[in-house]
Design a protein around this ligand. Structure first.
Ligand code: ME8
Length: 498
């Protein structure tokens, strides 16, 4: 089945940071998991390049917005392989095909009668590129997100009739309790609709850095309308000569942070409805990464976990694992380099790395690297029965952290099993040869299963380990206890001391 998943597209007025990396990695974990299950996955990410913040930053640097966009988009593009992110396409909202498609789409919204002209006056945050409603503004007319002073702006604008979709949005939410996940985010969005929707400004007359409004080229579209459309427009040109829209739309998951909930769960489905296009199936809203002291990460406080430094020190797989393990996906949480180091040593190097080394060493030493067919230890086997289904069930609900915990319980179980059975003792007793074979075969099967399930989190390490095993395939169908013969080569440590 088609499975289309997207990240938010990052603003190019700054460099990639850990919050971006977190979202890319989490989305990648689910994309890889679905590929293992044989789904027809399309994974989109990219950059959001228009709007006031980019125009302002470029101006401050004395360069053209396109130059700034090119420079920073290249940084995001280069980050993907460093994070082992397996996106199928990288969209830039300055792509000509995207700009044309935005114009066509919004022209349709206009033709359908959902756009009108009016005077707009309100409090505007140049960093959010958004007008703020009175009840969310901080004392002293400051932005609730950036805490910077807002400016009073008024201009003749085109408006999108969001209010016309009040009922349809209520029906969407009330008919599908997992349209927005997790429940806390759903409730927040539903409450916003419940307050009564107001029309929103669709264009900017003062700005030139954006997609021109086709029926009035003296205006550009408000950057959010241009940006949200990336999820839809990319499918038409991601594969030259092929239009993937029918194959992948509606998207299964849009993955976003909690600060952009309103745009994705309210504006976006309404825009799609206004053009007669189906809304996405789910929007998953993740939390924010904070410093380990619970404060916002900031360069001036010196509490930033820099993703590139973390990768240089511990490797990308450790970063991926740590972020997915440390902070329950969907909630906020603190992270830091000390926590990463601790999990690297105790969990990756000891729990998993040592387990793999010991199992491979013992299979080679006692059995010459070969395992005969057999059913293994029924008690241990029973603890792995149904694990694949449980993990898949959690992944379908984007429970990346809970799924990882479930897998890790089995990693720990295998370590206890080694201690309980002490294969090195069995090896001393010729009468215990049969039992030794059963114990090692069971360890091999358990290790193979957890390795397949860990594959989305640790793609390179698990590939390396599976390459030393036969069968060494990461497909999900093999994440069940097998009875056939096996082979395991001697391996080098998976997580050496950094
Ligand atoms: O919002 N922890 O771009 P962006 C977790 N261009 N996630 C974080 C984070 C943190 N500390 N900081 C940011 C935009 N994010 C728009 C999106 S989509 C059509 C347009 C997340 O570069 C943030 O919540 O500010 C968002 O999902 C993503 O990073 C990009 O943020």
């Amino acid at each position: 089945m088609a499975f289309y998943i997207t990240t938010a597209i990052a603003y190019v007025n700054g460099q990639p940071h850990l919050g971006h990396a977190y979202e890319f990695i989490a989305t990648d974990v689910l994309a890889r998991h679905m590929r293992q299950r044989g789904e027809d996955v399309f994974f989109l990410t990219g950059t959001d390049e228009h709007g006031e913040p980019i125009a302002d930053t470029a101006k401050a640097e004395g360069i053209e917005p396109q130059e700034l966009a090119d420079r920073n988009a290249a940084r995001f593009l280069a980050l993907m392989p460093k994070l082992e992110v397996s996106n199928d396409f990288f969209i830039r909202t300055t792509d000509e095909q995207h700009e044309l498609a935005v114009q066509q789409f919004l022209q349709k919204v206009y033709d359908n009668g959902y756009v009108y002209q009016d005077l707009y006056e309100g409090w505007y945050c140049p960093r959010c590129a958004d007008f703020k409603v009175e009840n969310e503004i901080l004392e002293g007319n400051r932005c609730p997100i950036h805490e910077i002073p807002l400016t009073r702006e008024s201009e003749e604008n085109y408006f999108f009739k969001l209010s016309a979709f009040q009922e349809q949005l209520e029906q969407l939410f009330d008919g599908q309790s997992d349209f927005v996940m997790p429940a806390r985010a759903f409730n927040e969005a539903r409450a916003f609709i419940g307050e009564g929707l107001r029309d929103v400004s669709l264009s900017r007359g003062k700005l030139t850095w954006g997609v021109k409004v086709p029926w009035d080229p003296s205006h550009v579209f408000y950057v959010w309308f241009d940006a949200l459309l990336n999820y839809y427009t990319a499918l038409a040109y991601a594969r030259p000569g092929e239009d993937l829209t029918d194959r992948y739309w509606p998207a299964n998951f849009h993955v976003i942070g909690k600060d952009i909930l309103k745009f994705h769960t309210i504006f976006w489905p309404a825009m799609l409805m206004a053009a007669g296009v189906e809304p996405p199936q789910h929007v998953f809203v993740h939390g924010f990464l904070l410093a380990s002291d619970g404060r916002k990460m900031s360069k001036s406080l010196g509490n930033v976990l820099d993703p590139i430094e973390a990768i240089d020190q511990f490797g990308v797989e450790a970063l991926r694992f740590y972020l997915m393990r440390e902070v329950a996906f969907g909630a906020d949480g603190g992270v830091g380099i000390d926590g990463l180091k601790a999990r690297y040593e105790t969990e990756l190097a000891n729990d998993y790395g040592n387990l793999a080394s010991r199992v491979s060493a013992m299979i080679n030493r006692y059995l010459g690297g070969k395992l005969a067919a057999g059913r293994g230890d029924p008690e241990l086997r029973a603890e792995f029965d149904g694990l694949d289904d449980e993990v898949a069930w959690l992944m379908d609900r984007f429970e990346l952290t809970t799924a990882l915990e479930l897998i890790w319980q089995r990693v720990r179980r295998l370590n206890r099993y080694v201690e309980e059975k002490a294969p090195w003792q069995l090896a001393k007793d010729p009468a215990a040869a049969g039992e030794l074979e059963i114990v090692l075969r069971s360890l091999y099967e358990g290790l193979r299963i957890v390795t397949i399930l860990l594959h989305p989190y640790l793609p390179t390490t698990t590939d390396k380990l599976l390459a030393a095993m036969a069968p060494g395939d990461a497909s999900y169908a093999l994440a069940r206890w097998q009875d056939g013969a096996g082979v395991m080569e001697q391996i080098t440590p998976l997580f050496p001391k950094p």
